[in-house]
Design a protein around this ligand. Structure first.
Ligand SMILES: [Zn+2]
Length: 186
């Protein structure tokens, strides 16, 4: 694990045993291919994370893409809205569904700067999103491989075809660790 991510993890008091599990999962994911195109959309998601940070929100951003077109760009708004469900991914799914006038986001790709939590992983399954690309791994709540791999559990009827983690991982983890550091220094 690189220095920045281990710093982020250590800041969150993760037991060491998790590191091995994450490493094993990452090795598995590294077999997946991501492209220059994925990096471009992840950069957009990072821009959204920066917007969240400016509002004093935990900096997490998401972008939902259909046929190379950005359908929704959102960021975490939990504090602003005082709503526990206002995660970047949920807001992206809601926005895209409204725009496309369907709950069925079957050909869509979701880019998000942090590994989706159980709630967002459930929303990914229910909205039929085809592909999930995330940045930093989340040892505390990650459900796209770290704690669970909900969207790819074969017992579910519908699953995304692909989940890729670690795209711009350092930058996605760094904005979070800096944010938490600044909170502690207040
Ligand atoms: Zn979530």
């Amino acid at each position: 694990m690189d220095k920045q991510s281990s710093e982020f993890l250590n800041n969150n008091d993760i037991p060491c045993v998790m590191d091995n599990q994450i490493e094993a999962y990452k090795l598995n994911l590294e077999k997946s291919q991501y492209s220059e195109r994925d990096i471009i959309f992840m950069r957009m998601a990072l821009k959204e994370a920066e917007k969240a940070q400016k509002k004093g929100e935990v900096p997490i951003g998401a972008v939902l893409v259909l046929n190379d077109k950005v359908i929704a760009r959102t960021h975490n708004l939990r504090q602003t809205t005082k709503d526990a469900t206002a995660h970047a991914e949920i807001l992206a799914i809601k926005k895209a569904s409204k725009k496309l006038k369907t709950w069925h986001l079957v050909d869509c790709e979701l880019y998000v700067t942090l590994e989706p939590c159980p709630m967002c992983s459930g929303a990914i399954i229910n909205s039929r999103i085809n592909r999930v690309i995330f940045g930093a791994y989340d040892s505390k709540a990650g459900c796209c491989g770290t704690l669970y791999n909900l969207p790819q559990d074969a017992r579910f009827n519908h699953r995304p075809k692909e989940i890729i983690g670690g795209v711009l991982e350092n930058e996605c983890a760094d904005i979070l660790s800096k944010f938490f550091k600044s909170l502690r220094n207040k």
